[in-house]
Design a binder for this molecule. Structure first.
Ligand SMILES: [Zn+2]
Length: 184
């Protein structure tokens, strides 16, 4: 067997093992929390828009991902069979598709996400929950048109980015709602 062939065979075997190892995740009263691997930056961002708590950094090592998952009881989201095959990995979702919409649907379905009550409540860059800020306090920090037309503003306590209702286009929200419907 060539090296390439044996690598493909090994990868296929890992796929099979991981599918049989994949846990049935229990439904919980609180929304589940996640940690996503380096390949899933877009997925992490979409889930944060949906209000879900998703740790993501392109600097996390595999060891850190496993540790964060264990220590903070986070569901590990990964496309990496070498990572998921590890004995220490027990609560995970194996994202087989590289299509972000399919990935979102898979997470909604496997993690029993039934609604989007916390939509737009989290910083997309930091994952921190946003806090309400007085409108006057952002007058110099947002474009004049935005200041004039928006009544409510929120800010990230970590990076100070200001958010308002128009930050996310309606189409993004509609997409999330449709994917949630399709996942049920
Ligand atoms: Zn932030």
């Amino acid at each position: 067997m060539s090296n390439a062939t044996s690598r493909r065979t090994a990868a296929r075997q890992r796929h099979v093992q991981i599918r049989s190892k994949a846990p049935e995740l229990a439904a919980t009263s609180e929304p589940p929390r996640f940690v996503a691997d380096v390949m899933l930056g877009r997925l992490a961002k979409w889930l944060r828009i949906a209000g879900l708590d998703v740790l993501y950094s392109n600097r996390y090592s595999d060891d850190e991902l496993v540790l964060l998952s264990q220590r903070e009881a986070r569901i590990l989201l990964s496309r990496d069979t070498r990572l998921l095959i590890r004995r220490a990995v027990s609560r995970f979702i194996f994202l087989e598709s590289d299509n972000v919409r399919e990935q979102i649907k898979q997470v909604f379905a496997k993690a029993h996400i039934r609604g989007l009550p916390a939509l737009l409540s989290r910083c997309l860059a930091c994952n921190d929950p946003l806090s309400d800020v007085p409108r006057e306090s952002v007058s110099q920090m947002v474009p004049p048109y935005v200041y004039q037309t928006q009544a409510q503003f929120k800010a990230c306590p970590r990076c100070r980015k200001i958010y308002w209702a128009g930050t996310h286009r309606q189409s993004v929200l509609r997409t999330l709602e449709r994917l949630l419907d399709e996942s049920q």
